[in-house]
Design a binder for this molecule. Structure first.
Ligand code: GLU
Length: 476
């Protein structure tokens, strides 16, 4: 009898072990899908010409790859909806949506380590008095996202400033807040620094009043659970992404234009987008179509070359909106380089020729970056840089590899050994980088859901500009 009992007990134990609840990670792997809830916004998740894109999307996709599962994105209508979904029994595994951890939120969800440093910025409209401290927000028309960390911050501030009033809306996104401010419909809003940095280029009247509170960082949110498997995995993943440069690459890709625009001038770009690009948009589209190119890429080249100024001239003899040399213009059958339509057509044909003539085993998107480099430095020097890459054991068909070699074309110890000699390869690296950044911006402003409206009328509502004001001189 005792023996039988012991057997039974062992059996039960085994059964219990076999029935042990799977961990969150095991469940995700069993399902074969990582469900992530997000917001549809330029800093998080959106559709571009190539499909799904966005900082949060790309980071989450890498986590899904690491787990060997499919990524399933879902978008919440607003922040409260996002937190509700996260807490549902069969809800998403995590929220990746530019979220700021807070004590109040920690009662409902748990957060990962931070993956992007940010801080809250109070913004106001250029031309209005600039508030410099929280007490000056009293009496202002303030609008923030409902359920946001900013609404929470204002509630805390109200404890010290009982007269402080604000509105919260769950039917707007951060881009709308900035637009309303830009148009003068509200006085103040609070947004994360990364959101402002990303969108500043579209809103010429938006200015930072002051930084609010302590620097924070964005983090992913997960349902509260006794099982820490997912949070541990996410933190290990983020740590690795920080160490292997993934986070920095994504930051560069999505926010890199901000560094660039700080010297080109975000306001200037916003104005040029409206004043100048609309004049040439049809030419870009027509030439792009006849050479099977993306018109936004051509427009980005044009902005890098001349800031969309048709009679731009440089000391080296290149001229026109696409800055063609005399020889290139001739080879492309262009009679007048200063005619914007002809210049764009010549630039498009030249780019398409370079792109087509690159070696067959070069794949996209690298192929496009190489064609851009060739547009700037010429195919001969580019081939030198590719040879240098090969000699170093790098891949001559990878832009990231050849990019490291290009600056060597300006150093005697290296260029003296190349076939075509000295070239300003460092400038080419900048050229490609800048064009890619403009291209990213143009991709965002011209997303499919905004197509069909004229550029100046798109929902981002570029700032109204004074058409009588003299155009800025080109900076070449
Ligand atoms: N980080 C904010 C939050 O967690 C959302 C983004 C913003 O409003 O700028 O509520």
């Amino acid at each position: 009898m005792r023996h039988a009992c012991r057997l039974l007990a062992t059996g039960l134990l085994l059964l219990l072990a076999a029935c042990k609840e799977p961990t969150t990670i095991e469940r995700i792997q069993e399902d074969g899908a990582l469900r992530v809830v997000t917001r549809n916004s330029p800093t998080t998740y959106f559709q571009d010409r190539t499909g799904e894109a966005g900082f949060e999307y790309e980071l989450a996709r890498r986590l899904a790859d690491r787990l060997g599962v499919r990524l399933q994105m879902e978008t919440a209508d607003h922040l409260d909806d996002l937190y509700q979904r996260l807490q549902q029994p069969n809800g998403p595994a995590l929220a990746a949506a530019g979220l700021t951890p807070s004590d109040q939120r920690r009662q409902q969800v748990q957060f990962s380590d931070s993956y992007l440093p940010t801080n809250t910025q109070v913004v106001y409209r250029n031309g209005r008095p600039r508030p410099t401290q929280p007490s000056e927000l009293v009496g202002k028309h303030i609008l923030v996202l409902k359920g946001s960390s900013h609404a929470e911050a204002l509630r805390q501030l109200q404890a010290e400033l009982p007269e402080l009033r604000w509105e919260e809306s769950d039917s707007v996104e951060v881009v709308d807040l900035l637009r309303l401010l830009d148009e003068g419909q509200i006085d103040i809003t609070l947004v994360d620094s990364n959101e402002l940095a990303m969108n500043q280029v579209y809103f010429a009247n938006v200015r930072v009043a002051f930084d609010f509170g302590e620097p924070q960082g964005l983090a992913w949110a997960m349902p509260l659970s006794d099982d820490s498997s997912l949070r541990d995995e996410v933190n290990a993943f983020l740590k690795q992404a920080a160490e292997d440069g993934t986070l920095e690459r994504l930051r560069q890709r999505y926010y890199g234009h901000v560094d660039l625009l700080s010297y080109v001038g975000a306001y200037t770009f916003a104005q040029h987008l409206q004043q100048r690009l609309s004049r040439y948009e049809q030419h870009f589209k027509r030439s792009a179509q006849s050479h099977q190119l993306d018109w936004r890429l051509l427009a980005a080249i044009g902005y890098q070359e001349s800031m969309w100024v048709p009679d731009a001239t440089s000391k080296t003899g290149v001229r026109g909106l696409m800055m063609l040399t005399q020889d290139t213009a001739q080879a492309m059958g262009i009679a007048n380089r200063l005619d914007p339509r002809q210049s764009i057509e010549g630039g498009a044909k030249y780019f398409a020729t370079l792109h087509a003539n690159l070696t067959e085993d070069m794949t996209e998107p690298d192929r496009t970056w190489f064609a851009l480099a060739a547009y700037n430095i010429g195919i001969a020097h580019l081939s030198d840089a590719r040879k240098l890459a090969k000699a170093e054991g790098l891949d001559p068909n990878k832009w990231l590899d050849v990019k490291q070699m290009l600056p060597r074309l300006a150093q005697k110890q290296w260029y003296s050994k190349t076939r075509y000699g000295y070239a300003r390869g460092g400038e080419t690296v900048h050229f490609v980088q800048n064009v890619r950044r403009y291209y990213d911006i143009l991709n965002w402003v011209t997303q499919p859901q905004l197509e069909g409206t004229r550029l100046a009328e798109r929902s981002l509502h570029l700032p109204a500009v004074d058409k009588t004001a003299p155009a800025d001189a080109p900076r070449l």
